[in-house]
Write a protein that binds this ligand. Structure first.
Ligand code: ZN
Length: 55
C-alpha cells in the first residue's frame, strides 16, 4: 500500500508507488532547477558590467 496516495500497489519495497515516485521526483527536479536559476541569475547581471569595465 502506497503511503502517499494510499492505493494498493505491488511494490517490492515499502514506499511510494511508481506514479508517486515519479511525481515526487518531478517536483524535486523542478525545485532544484528553480534554485539553480535563482543562484545563477546574479551572475548574469554581473557579466555585462565586467565586459563594460574591461573595455
Ligand atoms: Zn502512490
Amino acid at each position: 500500500m502506497c503511503p502517499r496516495c494510499a492505493s494498493q500497489v505491488a511494490e517490492r519495497f515499502f514506499g511510494p508507488c511508481e506514479s508517486c515516485r515519479k511525481e515526487l521526483a518531478a517536483a524535486f527536479t523542478k525545485e532544484a532547477v528553480d534554485v539553480e536559476v535563482a543562484r545563477f541569475e546574479p551572475v548574469m547581471h554581473v557579466t555585462p558590467n565586467q565586459v563594460a569595465t574591461k573595455d
